[in-house]
Design a protein around this ligand. Sequence first.
Ligand SMILES: CC(C)(COP(=O)(O)OP(=O)(O)OC[C@H]1O[C@@H](n2cnc3c(N)ncnc32)[C@H](O)[C@@H]1OP(=O)(O)O)[C@@H](O)C(=O)NCCC(=O)NCCS
Length: 182
Amino acid sequence: MTDQAPDAIPEIPGKPTSASRTTLSHIMTHNDTNLLGTVHGGVIMKLVDDAAGAVAGRHSGGPAVTASMDEMVFLEPVRVGDLVHVKSQVNWTGRTSMEIGVRVLAERWNESAPATQVGSAYLVFAAVDADGKPRRVPQVLPETDRDRRRYQEAQIRRTHRLARRRAIRELREKRAAEGFED
Ligand SMILES: CC(C)(COP(=O)(O)OP(=O)(O)OC[C@H]1O[C@@H](n2cnc3c(N)ncnc32)[C@H](O)[C@@H]1OP(=O)(O)O)[C@@H](O)C(=O)NCCC(=O)NCCS
């Protein structure tokens, strides 16, 4: 016998950050270059989205879609022959969404010099069910001081994303009410 309401949703057990942390590695070839001969930013963005998607899928235990990608930063050009490592982890979880932090590192494929950071990004993924509707995700359980700092910083970004969306929506509604058509 239980006193749980019939429609109550059982709590999903949390998952530690390390359970889904992932590194995707890829050697850059001539197929990946832009007109300047360095690697196209879009190639790096695809790897970032792929790596973050793997983390989101592993953490949420099912399909997850990219809701947003922001603060994509390119620090150094990537060249043909670079071995690129895309390191991703869940920084923060909400009810149905997750912020995934990504760091992009590059090293020469045939040299032993240490890899340098060439980019970073933050992506929000929403976990979805078979109908594409958002579904609940396990809470991420930060394990290290760095994980906890990233969690706190992700909360700041979340607050700013929501505030910016709300402010823009309100401005558009106000302009529409004033008769502007754009
Ligand atoms: C992302 C998507 C599932 C959100 O659906 P929705 O009906 O707007 O659902 P909600 O408003 O409840 O949002 C779900 C979660 O995503 C978050 N979210 C939605 N849009 C967001 C955005 N632009 N930025 C950040 N977070 C966002 C919400 O805050 C919510 O998080 P929470 O439950 O943790 O609070 C839907 O917009 C979608 O399917 N988009 C297309 C995704 C896709 O195809 N990506 C690949 C591009 S080719």
